[in-house]
Design a protein around this ligand. Sequence first.
Ligand SMILES: O=C(O)CCC(=O)C(=O)O
Ligand SMILES: [Fe+2]
Length: 284
Amino acid sequence: MKVNQKDIENFHKNGFFILKGGAIVDFKDRIIEDLLSIIKSTIKYSNTNDKTKLLYDDFFKNSEGSQKSEQLSKCIDFVIENENDHEYSSALYEIFYNSPVVISSINNKLINDTLISLGVKHPLASDLPLVRIDRAKYRVFDTPWHQDYWQSYLSNNAIVAWFSLTQLFPGIGLLEVIPKSHKEGCLNFKKFEKGAAPFTLADNISTKRTMSIKLNYDEILFFNSYLIHRSGLNNSKTTRITLQMRYNDLTTLKKQVSPYVIKYSDCVESFHKSQLNFSKKSEV
Ligand SMILES: O=C(O)CCC(=O)C(=O)O
Ligand SMILES: [Fe+2]
């Protein structure tokens, strides 16, 4: 699964490269195995009633014979069809981030070697791996035209590795990219008002050359952080689950700082506040 000279040239020319190989199947299967166990535990330890839990349990057991990506699709679709107010799918979006298997997938040799071949001499994580859950026909979280530069702001040659865990087909919302647009460098961006994404490009861009990236299960997309891209619309009946990993380069860092910020979570903050109120009350 070596990256050859032509691949490297095309990556620099077009701003993206697709890596293909059998080892990618094993890599994705391991992540899916973990996501499935998180889905099962989330339902099992929730406060839903025992009858509903049994229903889920039965469904999960019945899906076990299928191929991993199909099993993940079936299970997440079943959860989304049967939940109220995105109760479980919203929780899963938060929890997937905290999986040690997902976090450690950022240190994959195959990905690391590819990054080096594509010009990131000493890869550094610029973010934790993000697991996106894109529900069918749900537009709020679609990402408009943007560059990932604002996430990977420390290196000019930062690269994003993007791949899908569920099967990709045109209606599910393929990632759309504008080949060669990375050559423009960092473009101005502005606040995005129409959805959950924070930013979009400030100025109009030519979208004539837009390409939808259809990846097979044994493929991973690598793209330059300056490449202009956006979410395709998921008009299908099935959820799309994808992963993105972002890397800076230690040898080109503009500043030697960490992009991670330790944050006091809302949950801990409100607990502390309630404790403070409680102790104030008891003093009176
Ligand atoms: O997967 C997608 O639809 C878009 C992902 C993306 O561009 C991002 O999260 O930066
Ligand atoms: Fe992006």
